[in-house]
Ligand binder design. Sequence first.
Ligand code: CAA
Length: 282
Amino acid sequence: MELNTIGVIGAGIMGSGIGQVSAAAGYEVVVQDIYAEALDKAKASMEKSLGKLVSKEKMTESDMNATLARIRFTADLEEACKEADLIIEAVFENLELKHEMFKKFENSCKAEAILGSNTSALPITEIASVTNRGDKIVGIHFMNPVPIMKGVEIIRGQLTSDKTMETTLAYIKKLGKEPMVAVDYAGFIVSRLLDVLFNETIKLIEEGNMPEDIDKAMELCAGHPMGPCRLLDLVGAEIALHGMEMMERDFGDRYKPHPLLKKRVLAGLLGQKTGHGFYEYK
Ligand code: CAA
């Protein structure tokens, strides 16, 4: 199936990255969010990210302008849905909200449209369960920062059709990224493994280790591009907590989030997005 227009629902960090890379690959993009401020921020972040690529000579200025010209921003969900051949939902990690969104997609999108979710932990079959379009629903899990990270997890729900998988895999390749298929259980591959690292990191902090030492250890001794405290600040503590809670629900105590993680989330120490995490951000 030919995709022309990508509808990105939710203009946070992930939504803006997904919109940017889709437009850069030549797709028409409609980014929707109910908050005008989120749309303004998404536009500014795309301009900044594309500007970086131009300054590093990874993109020409005219390609940057053409990319930006392919992106429209709207608060109107119906508008984004009715035009899209592929919807990528990137709203908050909350099952009730995702159910509400997917019911709206089912009512407003073309019958042949593919409905993707960028969830990092919620089983796709569970998201799809409130619709009658399970064959068209797929997990498309991009990584942060989207313009840079090569890999995208594709999650096949219980009813996802071969055609939906083929079209989704071809879309990811057209973005210049590498897809990998993950089985549909909470956390898929990436969150399932990263959240274990994050929970142990919190235990190390509670035992008195310093974030700088933990990060230095994993960067210099284990070759990680970014230590787990810096990475948790990038991902967001609330995203990791949500992932662990989903996995605890489905796999039991081994994913039980450390109480200090919950306390940090309640205190707003989410990382880069609040400006405060293990480190301070402007
Ligand atoms: N747009 C454009 N360019 C960007 C960018 C962006 N948003 N972010 C970084 N860059 C560029 C920088 O300009 C720089 O370019 P050059 O190499 O040409 O100088 C390059 O990327 C590297 O950036 P930095 O030098 O600032 O920093 P770095 O070397 O530490 O790399 C990183 C940054 C690519 C993020 C690297 O640290 C890394 O790979 N970290 C791990 C990230 C990761 O694991 N992400 C997945 C998290 S899990 C997730 O997202 C899913 C989930 O649901 C939880």
